[in-house]
Design a protein around this ligand. Sequence first.
Ligand SMILES: [Zn+2]
Length: 174
Amino acid sequence: MFDQLDEQQETQPTADHAHCECYDHEPSTFDRPELWIPIIIIMFASFFFLLGVADHPYGIQLGSLIPYTAFVALGTFSAQRGMQPYFFECSIVQQTMPRLLRRHGGFVAAIVLLETIALYLTRYMPASWLTANGKDGSPFATSLCIICVCVGCVEAFTNRSLLERAHAKTQEDL
Ligand SMILES: [Zn+2]
């Protein structure tokens, strides 16, 4: 009897954020195939694109921006590992979007600058850093990938706190 009461209370939605579809949702990783299926396909396809354009000047920089953008979009909006999902239909998300896009422009510029400097510095690096060993990439390529992923994580996490603050502020204004 008491157990039943407890269960009822637990399953009731909280009053906070009840106006918004983002918070009116049970967080789970793969509940939005319309978001993550295209993004994962884009990420895989762009690796082949990257291989194709790698020999062109600035090919690596331009080619890496597609998987980078897909990675950040997935990190910002999806509900991976029980994190708060953010839906494109939500009016607060739509209002925050221009700010997110401006921020993304800044991060993309930083990534291009970082890769350009790193590629320029390869001429001073020992050959062992640049040659691939086995099926792993070269230490240089692996490090550059890890650094870009870290920058992407920073962008996604700061995007999330921006969205969270925008939701909290709207809640106060009501
Ligand atoms: Zn929302």
